[in-house]
Write a protein that binds this ligand. Structure first.
Ligand code: TZP
Ligand code: MG
Length: 204
């Protein structure tokens, strides 16, 4: 993977009162220039998740890489480009058994021990966080700060995605600390097109 997208937008289904608003947001993010998007739904049932994922793919076409959170089966069923797993989901090896070698596989880590372990797997990228305090996740792990990003950078050559409390005001500091990419939920929600444009301009 030569150049990993610097902006990794995440659509969290729980933040949208209606799915239509989520699809609209996705289209605005696309207009704003995003090339990597994760669909995250912690409370939907499988049927609903698959329908929403397929609709995202229909609307975003092939210009955006689509990553499914947690669910290897739905990543395949929806024709997504990748899967993102956490520490309590299928292991990277287990995930690969389901998704094969072609899809991107990302894994979340929250400390250096987890990061070292993830580095030894077939993951295509590693996420580290939360970097800053966040309201985007229930029961977040302790913040790792910019220092955590620096330490993570020193421990892996895989693409490093920073997550947690990242916004337009602080994203440069995160990239400067060594992240290849910033993953963002809240700060791409309210004005998605402008926000994506802002991020890409600030980081570019
Ligand atoms: N994992 C670590 S922090 C986080 C996740 C899913 C939430 C990020 O949300 P926000 O709004 O960008 O802080
Ligand atoms: Mg997970």
């Amino acid at each position: 993977m030569n150049s990993f997208p610097q902006l990794y937008a995440i659509l969290d289904a729980s933040l949208f009162p209606q799915a239509e608003l989520m699809f609209d947001t996705a289209e605005h993010l696309l207009a704003g220039g995003i090339t990597l998007l994760q669909y995250r739904n912690k409370s939907g049932n499988a049927a609903e998740m698959l329908e929403q994922a397929k609709e995202l793919k229909r609307r975003l076409g092939n210009s955006v890489k689509l990553v499914m959170n947690d669910r290897a089966d739905l990543a395949l069923a929806a024709g997504f480009d990748g899967l993102h797993v956490g520490q309590e989901d299928l292991s990277p090896a287990g995930s690969r058994k389901v998704i094969g070698e072609c899809l991107w596989l990302g894994i979340s880590t929250h400390n250096m021990a987890q990061l070292r372990e993830a580095d030894l797997t077939s993951a295509d990228y590693i996420a580290i966080g939360p970097v800053f305090p966040t309201s985007g996740k229930a029961n977040p792990d302790p913040v790792v700060g910019l220092q955590g990003v620096r330490e993570a950078r020193a421990l892996t050559r895989k693409p490093l995605v920073a997550i947690g409390g990242i916004n337009r005001a602080n994203c440069r500091s995160v990239i400067k600390a060594g992240a290849d990419s910033v993953a963002v939920i809240s700060d791409v929600m309210r004005e998605p097109q402008k926000s994506a444009e802002d991020f890409l301009r600030i980081l570019g």
